[in-house]
Design a protein around this ligand. Structure first.
Ligand code: GLN
Length: 303
């Protein structure tokens, strides 16, 4: 069976299952999305593309952008980055404050909010015009100049982002944020507000399935750096459900509270799924189900 046939089959198997998950209403603007949305898109390193459902519609990628922010910061700072952020799974929720005290302001990994704020701080320091330069980087990866921040979503999250404000100030108290926390938070909320479709996401992440190079041959990261980002997605991409995702799906990946998920098969493909209903751990039942069925049917888990 071809990838297109398998995606079609999985889409129809999963589409109508009873999903009791809830939208991420803690960001008011995300509560306006239709919970029925459902799309899948795969891009392969052999240049094939297949999509089904709402795969061309843009949604809020939220924490998925943390992988792209890490990529750019890693490219700039190389291994120095690991002096300021860890590489261990947290086993706690993405917005948890508890470990930071014991870890003296060094977040466990770059994919929990605290870690992404340290990465945002690095980008604020090193980019001339952080918002403009970062979106230009993402547009280049997605081959699409219309990918953008959604200012309504960013403002909506900012209006209720008390916990993130607390996290950023707490890290600053340990001297692990160099810039003004308000500037870092402003950039962080913008990063989370980026909108992309499943198609654009799977294209933008292809370099992680291709030894750090885009299909056009542009070197984004070295082979060794790419391996490490994939390793971090495998161990930390789903917060306190990273183990379960590895167990069921067996691919490096990253989720976001906008309902998106990206998974990478090194040397083969990237696959993005969008389904906005989230479970209690802010992942989604349908998304994981799709990827589980897909890797079983294609026998393409990395394990
Ligand atoms: N912007 C969201 C937050 O900081 C991102 C969380 C996520 O997607 N897991 O709460």
């Amino acid at each position: 069976m071809s990838y297109q046939e398998i995606i079609d089959e999985v889409y129809h198997d999963v589409k109508d299952i009873d999903d009791k998950g809830k939208l991420a209403t803690y960001i008011p603007e995300l509560a306006r999305v239709s919970p029925q949305k459902f799309g899948i898109h795969i891009s392969t390193v052999s240049r094939h593309q297949h999509g089904i459902g709402d795969y061309e519609e843009r949604f809020s990628i939220q924490s998925i952008s943390k992988v792209l922010a890490l990529t750019l910061a890693y490219k700039i700072k190389k291994q120095d980055i690991w002096k300021r952020v860890g590489i261990e799974p947290s086993g706690t929720a993405f917005n948890s404050l508890v470990q930071l005290e014991a870890d003296k302001g060094i977040p466990r990994n770059p994919f929990i909010n605290a870690g992404a704020m340290v990465i945002a701080d690095i980008l604020v320091t090193h980019l001339k015009n952080p918002k403009k330069d970062f979106i230009a980087f993402v547009r280049g990866l997605a081959h699409n100049s219309r990918v953008d921040y959604n200012q309504r979503v960013a403002a909506s999250e900012k209006s209720v982002g008390y916990r993130n404000v607390a996290l950023c100030n707490f890290i600053k108290s340990f001297d692990n944020i160099d810039n003004n926390p308000a500037t870092v938070l402003d950039f962080y909320f913008d990063l989370c507000s980026i909108e992309m479709s499943c198609q654009e996401l799977s294209e933008a992440f292809l370099f992680l399935a291709h030894d750090g190079r885009t299909l056009n041959g542009t070197q984004i990261l070295t082979n060794a750096q790419t391996k490490r980002i994939n390793a971090l997605m495998q161990t930390c991409g789903f917060y306190d459900e990273s183990g379960e995702f590895a167990f069921k799906v067996g691919l490096p990946g990253k989720s976001g509270v906008g309902g998106g998920i990206i998974a990478v098969h090194p040397d083969k493909y990237t696959i993005a799924v969008w389904s906005p209903r989230l479970n209690a751990k802010d992942n989604s039942y349908k998304r994981v189900r799709v990827l589980e069925k897909f890797t079983v049917k294609t026998e393409t888990s990395i394990f």
